[in-house]
Design a protein around this ligand. Structure first.
Ligand SMILES: Cc1cc2nc3c(=O)[nH]c(=O)nc-3n(C[C@H](O)[C@H](O)[C@H](O)COP(=O)(O)O)c2cc1C
Ligand code: SF4
Ligand code: SF4
Length: 277
């Protein structure tokens, strides 16, 4: 191997942070450089990426409804082509659960010519609420990720090191569970919260039409002619909302708001990050 390819989809930056961190750690341990490939924006998802046996891919996505984001899955299938390329899959999740997202990511990579050698699920702040895991990943999470990255590097360079795996590591096969259905978001009443079609609204008194939000939407759904609108598909990623310097955009869809409240009521307990190899 002579290069690490750090590849991610990351609308609000959590996944980018984790993938870059792990890639840098591996880079130091393996003594090879990192090249970054950000697939977040539509213009970054045009070229097919061919990776070879000399590459080590570290590929990350957030968990959306317990799976790989459904609008991004076909993009990963289309864009990432491996050729006996060893790959490490990483998902982030917002303290509820990662369900099948890691298994699905590893499955997609394998189907595209990669050889999954490790997988990790990192707890991060939930983009829907500042009250859910705002300080994750914490020191303990990073220490766990570092120990795992070090073990992966040892495994890649020394086959006998497998016998010395730290005890908290489980076999990678434990991550390869059958991919289940999408998680159904619930509202505070315990019933399914249907907000598939919800889009952010813009407070016209706050919006100064600066157009910054146009350039962060991973779906290219905010038109530059009128950035106070959302004309295309919205995956609820929250990138435009977090970025707006005037806090002009927000979701007011009642089902969405109810789901966020339900998460705040039930998912502030610390979830565990999990790493496999
Ligand atoms: C549409 C959507 C669905 C989500 N579904 C889940 C989920 O099922 N479980 C969970 O724990 N977090 C969920 N999250 C939270 C994100 O996985 C988490 O905040 C992630 O780190 C965001 O990554 P990013 O900063 O790279 O965009 C969801 C977020 C969004 C936007
Ligand atoms: S970033 Fe905020 S202020 Fe600027 S155009 Fe978008 S909504 Fe308006
Ligand atoms: S419009 Fe929707 S998809 Fe686009 S950045 Fe905003 S929340 Fe994300």
């Amino acid at each position: 191997m002579n290069k690490i390819r750090a590849i991610f989809f990351s609308p609000t930056g959590n996944t980018a942070h984790v993938v870059r961190h792990v890639a840098e750690r591996l880079s130091i341990k393996l003594g090879i450089p990192v090249e970054t490939l950000d697939l977040t924006l539509p213009e970054q998802r045009e070229e097919v990426q061919n990776l070879g046996p000399e590459d080590l891919a570290v590929v990350g996505t957030p968990t959306y409804a317990g799976r790989v984001p459904n609008k991004i899955l076909p993009e990963l299938q289309r864009l990432l082509k491996g050729q006996d390329t060893r790959a490490i899959g990483i998902v982030t999740f917002g303290n509820r659960a990662y369900d099948s997202s890691l298994a699905e990511l590893l499955e997609v990579l394998e189907a595209n010519g990669f050889e999954p050698v490790a997988g990790g699920a990192m707890v991060c702040s939930h983009v829907f609420s500042e009250e859910i895991a705002p300080t994750r990943p914490d020191v303990g999470d990073w220490a766990q990720a570092d120990a795992w990255a070090d073990a992966v590097a040892r495994r890649l360079t020394d086959r006998e090191a497998e016998a010395q795996r730290p005890v908290f590591l489980q076999a990678l096969s434990a991550a390869r569970i059958p991919v289940g259905p999408y998680y159904t978001p619930l509202g505070t009443d315990g019933l399914p919260a249907r907000f598939l079609k919800a889009k952010p609204v813009t407070d016209l008194e706050l919006c100064v039409r600066c157009g910054m939000c146009v350039h962060v939407c991973p779906m290219g759904s905010i038109p530059s002619e009128d950035p106070s609108t959302t004309t295309g598909i919205c995956i609820k990623c929250q990138a435009c909302i977090q970025l707006c310097p005037h806090m002009a955009r927000h979701f007011k869809d009642p089902a969405f708001v109810s789901h966020v409240r339900m998460l705040e009521e039930n998912y502030t307990r610390p979830a565990r990050a999990e790493f496999f190899l």
